[in-house]
Design a protein around this ligand. Structure first.
Ligand code: SF4
Length: 340
């Protein structure tokens, strides 16, 4: 008889490629080791080969994403299209099948330890929200920030998760060791637009309160009003209420951009509009013949936001942020008369 093992040798977790192959063959039902949690989402642990991801054509060269998929489920999310890489759809599966890179922190620590690493800026949370609810359990984001602080590597982190205030201590350590900017995404404070477009997120005012806490703690934290979605959050009144709320909460900077639609994100968004707001579909089709709406429309929205930023004392903060992120100048706003 074989001697029993003194301890169980855990089987290695599948790679993202293994997951893509399994889903291709048998759909998400093939993920038999994934855990379904109380939020009804399915969480699949995976092994990653690398943590730092090299990118081109962006104001930064490196990105970090400890999870793939996002239970916040924003309908406009540009990361929806990446889920297709794992043979999953950009609709429900993006928001309900989440890949958790369980060895992420160890891999990152090794990469940052390499003599060739030059401590370039890393964009954290470009394809998922690093503070979506599952972060409360795995703490991959928190532990990654600790490792980044030890390696004196600066980051710009983007999130919609007020959970970020849990990590004020390690964000401060990173601020002291290198540089750290938190971009809180708050496209609008309008309740209806929030409920419709960002079904799994915290209320926008809760996010702004988190910004206030971060700023009070000495962390460089501001707001991205992005994306502004035509017809939902683009009216003058909604823009003004949002800019005023951002100013009232002491954001260190503010930026904005209009929604863009590409590949799977476009497919999902148009299906969502067709299903829930069919009367709006022809207007979106006219406005989005390309990834972005026409320049004139974007400039008008951005110009409007600039006017409001100046009115509420945010103009300087907006300019500083533009310089840092190399956002091109768009000229002075001329009028605010767009209809949608
Ligand atoms: S929170 Fe960010 S990553 Fe998550 S669904 Fe919304 S836009 Fe996408």
């Amino acid at each position: 008889m074989e001697a029993p093992l003194l301890f169980d040798l855990a089987r290695p977790k599948p790679t993202t490629r293994d997951i893509a192959n399994a889903v291709k063959a048998g759909g998400t039902e093939a993920l038999t080791e994934a855990e379904r949690r109380a939020d009804r989402a399915l969480y699949q642990e995976v092994t990653c080969r690398s943590a730092l991801n090299r990118v081109e054509g962006m104001p930064f060269n490196w990105t970090l994403n400890p999870y793939r998929g996002c239970t916040h489920g924003c309908h406009y999310c540009f990361a929806r299209r990446y889920h297709v890489q794992f043979e999953m759809n950009s609709d429900d599966e993006f928001a309900s099948v989440i890949l958790v890179k369980q060895n992420f922190v160890d891999v990152l620590a090794r990469e940052l330890d390499r003599p060739a690493w030059t401590r370039e800026l890393v964009a954290f949370g470009t394809a998922t929200d690093p503070y979506q609810p599952i972060e409360g359990r795995y703490q991959l984001t928190r532990r990654a920030i600790e490792v980044l602080a030890r390696a004196r590597t600066p980051i710009g982190l983007i999130t919609k998760g007020p959970m970020v205030v849990r990590d004020i201590d390690v964000l401060r350590d990173l601020t002291r060791a290198a540089d750290c900017t938190v971009h809180m995404s708050v496209p609008t404070v309008d309740d209806e637009a929030w409920r419709i477009l960002e079904p799994g997120t915290a209320h926008p005012l809760q996010r702004l309160r988190a910004v206030r806490e971060l700023v009070d703690a000495g962390i460089n934290a501001g707001v991205l009003m992005a994306p502004i979605v035509p017809g939902f959050s683009s009216s003058r009144t909604k823009l003004e209420r949002t800019v005023k709320a951002i100013a009232d909460h002491g954001a260190a900077f503010v930026g904005c951009n209009v929604m863009y639609l590409q590949d799977g994100t476009r497919d999902h968004f148009m299906r969502f509009i067709e299903r829930d707001f069919p009367a709006m579909k022809p207007r979106f089709e006219r406005l989005y013949t390309r990834k972005y709406p026409p320049d004139a429309y974007r400039k008008e929205i951005q110009g409007m936001v600039r006017v409001l930023q100046a009115r509420y004392g945010l103009a300087k903060r907006a300019r500083d942020e533009d310089e840092k992120s190399r956002v091109p100048e768009i000229g002075e706003p001329e009028q605010v008369g767009f209809a949608w």
